[in-house]
Design a protein. Structure first.
Length: 154
């Protein structure tokens, strides 16, 4: 039976992972702008991706809990899960909004899909980045859980 406490913790996890994802995206888009000589370092994100990060983080947390493998082996199915989550949410956003909120094209001004991209929704050359992120996720996961548990008792 799903209790109010369980539902409350699930919402807190979704919010924590969603906010962490949005903050991370802002850091990366800001760093990209800096690398292109834009010293004002504008950042960007979209509100619907909050749910991609929130639900994705929560699902990765479940995957982390369910596998008792070595952290580096466990990161492999987590990397694949990130690709699946990104692809499915990309398809869903096209269905709902008529467009995908991330753009995997050759450049910001191009409409030509990047050669390592599948339907413009995922980029296979990001596999190493997603793998490293998965390993990092398993290190910060306990801290996120601690923050969520602390907030839930306030």
């Amino acid at each position: 039976m799903i209790t109010l406490h369980f539902f409350n913790q699930a919402l807190q996890r979704l919010a924590a992972w969603g906010l962490l994802g949005i903050l991370t995206e802002h850091w990366f888009t800001g760093l990209k702008a800096l690398s292109q000589g834009r010293w004002d370092a504008p950042t960007k994100s979209n509100l619907p991706v909050f749910f991609v990060y929130g639900i994705g983080g929560t699902l990765l947390e479940l995957l982390d809990w369910s596998l008792s493998w070595n952290i580096f082996l466990k990161a492999i199915p987590m990397t694949l899960a990130i690709f699946v989550i990104e692809f499915l949410f990309g398809l869903l956003s096209i269905k709902i909004y008529g467009r995908c909120f991330w753009k995997y094209t050759k450049s910001d001004t191009s409409e030509e899909i990047h050669r390592f991209s599948i339907m413009g929704l995922i980029r296979l050359d990001y596999a190493l980045f997603w793998y490293i992120l998965s390993v990092g996720f398993m290190y910060i996961g306990p801290s996120i859980k601690h923050v969520i548990n602390t907030i839930s008792y306030l």
